[in-house]
Design a protein around this ligand. Structure first.
Ligand SMILES: NC(=O)c1ccc[n+]([C@@H]2O[C@H](COP(=O)([O-])OP(=O)(O)OC[C@H]3O[C@@H](n4cnc5c(N)ncnc54)[C@H](OP(=O)(O)O)[C@@H]3O)[C@@H](O)[C@H]2O)c1
Length: 321
């Protein structure tokens, strides 16, 4: 039954009754757990919540790398080590479960460890960072993994909100080669790319409001990879471009650089999911929960100019001779 769930724009979808019942609970003001706290989205979410005076518990595999925030305690925790999760999840009113790294399938089992620990500890509400287009038949292996993770979350019977984030617009900072070319089988497909900043702002707001449901979290417009290359070119003053490539050619090229087949599948599937339109619909979720519209590509990178350094690298190398 839950397999038929889909996120519709900003509206919460019809959740299984057991979950809907819990999701009407009034948010508490207890401690909020943030997992993967040294990561970019988790760290920013924690900073935003701490700025509002929220008490936090930061779970990380490496406490030395946790952000230093007022009213925040740090615990070591790893989804791969269930014994570490009991202390992390005990006594918190809500938890943000940030998806981990790892091979698709195996990664969903790591998330299941987290959901089961949350259920055992009686956590009041779990917010899970999923992916727009999460489905068992997605072209993108992580979308299939997120779908499976969502099933594990629902099976744990916890009050929950699933945030299905669009692909981060930040991902393009890593996708251009030294010549300023991004290659892949995206064809003319479009994606409603979202900034990490809007993802973090939405997660922080949802942790406070605990609305329950499944929401697509997207940027303000659906852009093709070629559109993005063009608009980033203007921002960095350097020609960046998209070169379409067949899936087979992409697989062959990437297999020469990467020995793990599943990593190649991820790289190729990322573009194929865009070509298939799996992440093309914009939503009003960011506005709905944060009160502010999501940032355009230009507004985001102008606000976080340092991020663009990565795109100057090829140019620097060229000019350095
Ligand atoms: N929508 C998209 O386009 C997109 C793009 C990239 C990533 N993502 C997903 O969104 C998540 C957040 O993005 P991000 O940019 O903030 O990623 P990030 O900076 O790589 O942070 C991810 C964090 O996940 C934590 N983690 C990894 N393995 C873990 C494990 N076994 N147990 C517990 N925590 C683990 C790590 O935190 P600690 O080291 O502190 O434990 C890591 O810093 C990512 O993890 C990824 O799943 C989505």
């Amino acid at each position: 039954m839950w397999g038929a769930l889909a996120a519709h724009d900003t509206m919460a979808v019809d959740l299984p009754t057991s979950i809907r019942r819990f999701s009407t609970k009034t948010p508490g003001c207890g401690v909020i757990l943030i997992t993967g706290a040294s990561g970019r989205v988790a760290r920013r979410t924690a900073e935003l919540l701490a700025g509002d005076g929220q008490r936090l518990r930061l779970m990380t595999r490496n406490p030395q790398r946790a952000p230093k925030l007022t009213d925040a305690e740090t615990v070591r925790g790893d989804f791969a080590e269930p014994a570490t999760l009991k202390d992390a999840f005990t006594g918190v009113s809500a938890a943000l479960v940030v998806s981990a790294s790892g091979e698709p399938g195996e990664r969903a089992r790591l998330h299941r460890n987290a959901f089961q620990a949350a259920a055992r500890a009686g956590v009041g509400h779990v917010v899970y960072l999923s992916l727009q287009g999460a489905a068992p038949d997605s072209k993108y292996p992580f979308s299939r993994d997120h779908y499976l993770s969502e099933q594990y979350l629902f099976a744990a019977g916890l009050p929950c909100t699933v945030l299905r984030n669009a692909f981060y617009i930040d991902m393009f900072l890593e996708k251009f080669d030294a010549e300023g070319v991004v290659r892949g089988p995206a064809q003319q497909g479009r994606g409603a790319f979202v900034s990490r900043e809007d993802v973090a702002r939405t997660a922080a707001a949802v942790l406070r409001k605990q609305p329950g449901g499944i929401y697509n979290v997207t940027g303000p417009e659906a852009l093709s990879v070629a559109d993005i290359a063009r608009r980033l070119s203007t921002l960095v003053g350097r020609q960046l471009r998209y070169e379409d490539e067949s899936a087979d050619a992409a697989r062959e090229r990437l297999s020469r650089l990467e020995s793990l087949a599943w990593r190649v599948d991820l790289s190729v599937g990322w573009f194929e999911a865009i070509a298939a339109g799996e992440l093309k619909h914009t939503s009003g979720t960011v506005l709905r929960f944060t009160g502010t519209a999501p940032l355009s590509l230009e507004d985001y990178f102008r606000a976080f100019l340092k991020l663009l350094r990565a795109l100057h690298l090829g140019q620097d190398r060229t000019s350095a001779g």
